[in-house]
Design a protein. Structure first.
Length: 357
């Protein structure tokens, strides 16, 4: 068997690359060129570095490893597959497919002066877990709800007091749902998202990130923003990715002064009903740190199944240093955010996402 030739994908080859993704079993919107354009428009420290394995006879793309070079003087240069994506997988189907990428991966690391490469997996772990050159660095949990059954059956499987009663309370309060129709609605979402992230002592993505998502993903129907309103006042909103028969809740925000009418439960249920009515097979609740017990319990009560989201590091020896640095940085970040005024919080968030990926 002749080994494929591994090359870097250039901007002009994006249409060919996206066509390859369209037929791939592990395809997701964050592996497409549009996602890389979102990242590069928003974050100057991130640059795409997609590797493609091509058939030596006809040059067709057979496998791909979507990567970004993340550059930082604080956290170091590294290659990430894929930054800020909940679902991410090597686009390989051969069990030995990842092996073909190792020489090119090493060359790319040297060219970008990257200390390590991080490959994040959701459904395609087998392609990388068997390779001893990589080592598992972290495991997050991933909750999903299958939709291939009547909506009434899905509703009956929800926890009676913690979910169904909260949905009922929200409906009785007068909450209504609408879809975002323009960039101004995206800014409504952002105001709610921004306030929620600050309350949770977490940095906020910049508004430009969501504006880029809207401009690049909404024309192909790959994103929806739902807004929950009480008598015309927005009280909660969620951003949903829609691709490959899946809908994924990617980001959410809510006004804490209306938390007693349960807008979060209402939003999730309306999003599930929308995904079901549009013929999608799966609704995703996104990534969860297993140490976040309350969030794990919340997602478990929706009748979900749970799987692992696993990150692998190359070379394996880089794992220990990466984990030590990331843990210390996160603890320090929360201390800075605590009770910081808006002006300082915006600065902290901007600095934070200038070095993350």
């Amino acid at each position: 068997m002749t080994s494929p030739a591994v090359t870097n994908i250039s901007d002009r080859e994006y249409p060919e690359y996206d066509a390859f993704i369209g037929d791939h079993p592990y395809k997701w919107i964050c592996a497409t060129s549009r996602w890389f354009q979102v990242l590069e428009k928003t974050f100057p420290h991130i640059k795409s570095s997609i590797l493609a394995a091509r058939n030596v006879q006809d040059g067709a793309i057979e496998d791909a490893l979507p990567l970004c070079n993340v550059r930082s003087i604080l956290t170091g240069n590294r290659l990430i597959s894929i930054p800020f994506a909940t679902i991410s997988d090597p686009l390989v189907t051969d069990p030995d497919g990842i092996d073909f990428f190792l020489p090119a991966l090493k060359e790319t690391m040297a060219a970008t002066r990257s200390a390590y490469a991080e490959i994040r997996t959701a459904f395609n772990k087998e392609s990388i877990a068997r390779n001893t050159a990589f080592k598992c660095s972290s495991v997050y949990k991933y909750h999903f709800l299958t939709l291939e059954r009547p909506i009434d059956d899905i509703y009956k499987a929800l926890h009676r007091t913690c979910v169904r009663q909260n949905i009922s309370r929200a409906v009785k309060s007068g909450l209504e749902i609408r879809r975002a129709g323009n960039i101004d609605d995206v800014r409504i979402f952002y105001r709610l998202y921004y306030g929620t992230r600050k309350d949770l002592l977490l940095p906020s993505m910049p508004l430009s990130f969501f504006e880029s998502i809207w401009s690049l993903l909404s024309p192909i129907g790959a994103v929806s923003f739902l807004i929950a309103e009480l008598y015309g006042k927005p009280v909660a909103s969620v951003m949903l990715f829609k691709f490959n028969r899946r809908v994924s809740g990617e980001a959410m925000g809510w006004d804490t002064s209306y938390i007693n009418i349960r807008p979060v439960a209402f939003l999730y249920w309306e999003a599930i009903k929308m995904a079901h009515s549009e013929g999608y097979d799966v609704f995703d609740f996104g990534r969860t740190d297993p140490s976040n017990v309350s969030l794990m319990e919340f997602k478990n009560r929706w009748g979900t199944e749970v799987s692992d989201l696993t990150s692998y590091i190359f070379p394996a020896a880089a794992v220990h240093n990466r984990l030590r640095k990331s843990g210390a940085a996160f603890s320090l970040l929360r201390k800075f955010i605590f009770r910081s005024p808006d002006s300082l919080y915006r600065l902290i968030s901007a600095l934070c996402y200038r070095h993350l990926g």
